[in-house]
Ligand binder design. Structure first.
Ligand SMILES: Nc1ncnc2c1ncn2[C@@H]1O[C@H](COP(=O)(O)OP(=O)(O)OP(=O)(O)O)[C@@H](O)[C@H]1O
Ligand SMILES: [Mg+2]
Length: 249
């Protein structure tokens, strides 16, 4: 193999990223200089103590929040300099986001929530394809209900299906198993691992669960807005030990 063939294709990368909330004595340095490369088709877990900057990092990588300084590239596009309209289109076409707080629209049923990104993009809704995803998540029979009529775990799975249905290149998932029981959580993690290894999607997942991190092929650990560890092929023991180190630090 030549050297150039070994160069990893990147789905996204960040350079010297900082994010400061507020100003003066109240300023919070949520990201304090993050450099990160996400290989195409990879499955990365993001871990770290509460408040270490995980959600902020995900929002900045996905173009949902503007960075304070530094750059984020999705493919070849520097999204930190992209005009809002272009950024909105890039997000819609290429990025799926599973929010920590689900963010479902309360007046729409599960199914309407799931197909909304397709409809906004003017794309055809293939119900059979939607059902492949909702079957694998075990929510097909709940799709006619409003979010308020669904359990927390069911709402979470609707949010997962909504992020997957447009087959985005890049999927960001902020604690996607946080509201799920062990069995449903494992099924979702297996689906995400399969989506990366067999379907070629790139997945970045925040999790507090070392067992969930072991489904990923890489774990990065954040502490006080910085990456303090980058672990290839983490076992749950590796992830737990790294989390304990970050907590102590
Ligand atoms: N909109 C905001 N305004 C001010 N500070 C914020 C805002 N959003 C987040 N922060 C602060 O930035 C820091 C990082 O927050 P972030 O939500 O990224 O943490 P996290 O690692 O996702 O934590 P958790 O595990 O609790 O979800 C925290 O100190 C938080 O209080
Ligand atoms: Mg968070």
């Amino acid at each position: 193999m030549t050297l150039s063939a070994a160069v990893v294709e990147l789905a996204a990368y960040a350079r010297d990223l900082t994010k400061v909330y507020g100003s003066g004595p109240n300023a919070v340095h949520a990201l304090a200089g993050v450099d990160l490369e996400i290989a195409r088709g990879s499955f990365t877990a993001v871990m770290g103590p509460s408040g270490s900057g995980k959600s902020t990092l995900m929002h900045c990588l996905a173009g949902l929040d503007r960075v304070t300084t530094g750059h984020v590239y999705i493919g070849d596009s520097d999204i930190t300099t992209l005009p809002d309209r272009d950024l909105t289109r890039l997000r819609r076409d290429r990025i799926g986001f599973i929010f920590q707080a689900f963010n479902l629209l309360p007046t729409m049923t599960g199914l309407q929530n799931i197909v909304l990104p397709l409809e906004l993009a003017g794309r055809r809704v293939d119900l059979a394809a939607v059902h492949v995803i909702t079957d694998s998540l075990g929510i097909t029979d709940r799709l006619g209900h409003l979010p308020s009529q669904l359990s927390g775990g069911e709402q979470q799975r609707v949010a997962v299906a909504r992020a997957l249905v447009s087959e985005p290149d890049l999927i960001f998932a902020d604690e996607p198993t946080g509201a799920l029981d062990t069995r449903t959580g494992r099924a979702l993690l297996e689906y995400l691992a399969h989506a990366s290894s067999s379907l070629g999607h790139t997945i970045v997942m925040v999790t507090h669960d070392p067992i969930a991190a072991a489904y990923a092929e890489r774990a990065i650990i954040l502490s006080d807005g910085r990456i303090v560890q980058d672990i290839p092929h983490p076992t749950s023991q590796d992830a737990l030990a790294a989390l304990n180190d970050a907590d102590v630090a």
